[in-house]
Design a protein around this ligand. Structure first.
Ligand code: PMP
Length: 355
């Protein structure tokens, strides 16, 4: 039976990417070698990683004033590496607290310097994106999580900060056209919109990179990775290849404009049903709802087992909400076809009739 995969990540990728990645495991590009057995210094891999770096810049219309790195350790490693590289003990960084991932980033930053909270929605269970930010004018940088995977909220505008802007875009990178030039640094675990788990895309403006003035272990130093074109140590060869394939797919489909249109259409379809169907309600303020992760609950929680049965029978997987929030979460990343959302909406309508 066809599965409709609403999993939050690692998550659905385009069928062509699965096909090409599988073929490369057997025989990469007719080389007679598996992608898993080639050196990361081999020209075949250099072409892959350079091709991926070029595509990241092309999709976000970035010039040579930006570095694109493929690192390891997930976005969680970036939570620590950002302050380790950029924040000195006597400096302050501003953070916007919009959920679990922001909170983890804040905790890591406190190990290296001072943190001031520019805005937080913690008191209201992260139901909205804080407005009217309070960014310290001398802050080293402002950090935000553009899409809150667990709570289902998303920034729809890039905040004006007046200080360097750093974004964790793990769950909405490449999902819509955005002015990436406004950011001094962007990072994202690849495992949602950008490929397989195992590599983390890091985009850093060169001017900002050059403001690092600390000594630290080489493996944690962004300058070292940039100087070595992400080949300071062995990168996740296969994961970088899957990212390259995924980026090629995004470009071939029409780039970020097309991704944005499709993601808006999918989200509108589902949120309209959540708002129309009295059995369901959304958990996030309407204006801050995420186009990537729609979170909702049943108005009568006792109906959950019956709804879960219907979801399962329709081939829908990965709809369970995060353990901290409960309810349901439909993750609708780039590769999820609108047909899957139509199936989910049809199940919600059939469920309404059945109770
Ligand atoms: N930030 C966000 C927004 C996330 O969604 C996640 C993971 N889902 C993380 C950070 C942590 O990423 P990783 O597990 O790759 O460290």
């Amino acid at each position: 039976m066809k599965k409709h995969n609403f999993t939050s990540g690692p998550s659905i990728l385009p069928p062509i990417v699965f096909k090409q990645a599988a073929a490369a495991v057997n025989n990469y590009n007719d080389s007679g070698l598996s992608i898993l057995e080639i050196s990361h210094r081999d020209k075949m891999f250099l072409d892959i990683i350079e091709g991926a770096q070029v595509l990241v810049k092309e999709l976000y219309a970035l010039g040579d004033d930006y570095e694109v790195l493929f690192m390891q350790g997930g976005a969680s490693a970036q939570f620590a590496l950002v302050p380790m590289n950029f924040l000195n003990a006597d400096e302050t960084a501003s953070y916007i607290d919009t959920g679990v991932w922001s909170d983890k980033a804040i905790k890591e930053a406190k190990l290296f310097g001072n943190v001031s909270t520019a805005g937080s929605s913690k008191e209201s269970s992260y139901r909205f994106i804080p407005k009217g930010l309070n960014v310290e004018s001398n802050a080293r940088y402002l950090h935000l999580t553009t899409n809150n995977t667990i709570y289902g909220s998303q920034f729809h505008d890039i905040p004006n900060s007046g200080v360097p802007l750093i974004a964790d875009m793990s769950s909405d990178i490449f999902s819509r056209p955005w002015d990436a030039k406004r950011f001094d640094m962007i990072y994202a675990g690849a495992q949602k919109n950008a490929g397989a788990a195992g590599t983390t895309i890091v985009i850093i403006k060169k001017d900002f990179l050059h403001t690092i003035n600390k000594r630290m272990p080489m493996i944690f130093d962004y300058r070292k990775h940039a100087d070595n074109q992400s080949l300071y140590n062995t990168p996740s060869v296969f994961a970088v290849y899957v990212s390259y394939l995924t980026l090629q797919w995004i470009k071939a489909e029409g780039g970020l404009a097309v991704m944005g249109q499709r993601n808006s259409a999918k989200a509108a379809l589902l949120y309209n049903e959540i708002d129309r169907n009295s059995l369901f309600s959304g958990t996030v303020t309407t204006e801050d709802r995420s186009l990537m992760n729609a979170t909702f609950v049943l108005s009568k929680p006792e109906l959950e087992p019956a709804f879960n049965e219907m979801i399962k029978a329709a081939g829908i997987v990965g709809l369970k909400g995060h353990r901290l929030v409960g309810g349901y979460r439909a993750s609708m990343y780039n590769a999820l076809p609108i047909e899957s959302v139509q199936v989910l909406v049809a199940v919600m309508q059939a469920f309404e009739k059945s109770v």
